[in-house]
Design a protein around this ligand. Sequence first.
Ligand code: CP
Length: 302
Amino acid sequence: MKNKNLVSINDYTRDEQIQILDLAEEFEKQPSQRILEGYVVASLFFEPSTRTRLSFESAACHLGAKVIGFSEPGSSSLKKGESLRDTILMVSNYADIIVMRHPREGSARFASEVATIPLINAGDGANQHPTQTLLDMYSIRKTQGSLDNLNVAFVGDLKYGRTVHSLAIALSNYNTTFHLVSPPELKMPSSVKKYIKDSNLSYYQYTDLQEVISKVDILYMTRIQKERFSDPIEYERVKNSYVLRNNMLKDARPNMRILHPLPRVNEIAVDVDENPKAYYFTQALNGVFVRQALLASILGVK
Ligand code: CP
């Protein structure tokens, strides 16, 4: 994976994805290894983030790398009108690898073509979030023992939710049966459903959350993302579509685990947090190990 950009989850083969998960297991056992001393990671966040930015920066620190960058594009020369192209060209002079989040779909691919150093997409608009996908796969494999033959439900904003787009594509390698729960306005895009079909797999669509709970191994909740709606009235109509409560989990399979990329707003009630099936906070912790694996692999030290 040395110098290999990660913009879309399919930039890495199934075998390469598994290599990252296996390496992440090593970092989970021994997180502090000074193997990236002397390296500089540029962390460019043009859109808000807590988990992705801080877990990448934590991963870099645990490995001995230095981190430069910004979490607020208003503090960079973009504010003066500098283009994304020029920004990326400049940062390529200052760092060994770029981690970038940007609100525009396709911006990460564009930036990777301009950059003279490797680039990791930390989320581009409603398009892709491949590092989230890898930590989701890590979390699924860890909790279920395997990625194969699982029933997975995606719930909430399947239209704009970049995490579910990337994860559905990745899980199409593993004989997954997909259960897609959303309001009619926020269904999974046809392109992703076609990808599932072309992989000879099945998906089922629902509007009722309770209907899927007893059928699945993974219940992947997502937030209805206010920032993706151009029409505030449409957001108001769907914002409270799903709220998972503890009393809804009575018929869940013993092995079932609840994942969520976070942040949550109200789609998982806090009474679920104490349920042993709630895995979302550990899922976010797994992000550090997976991002250590990505930095070490792309920089060629593992
Ligand atoms: N899961 C995720 O991308 O969270 P942040 O927006 O906080 O980075």
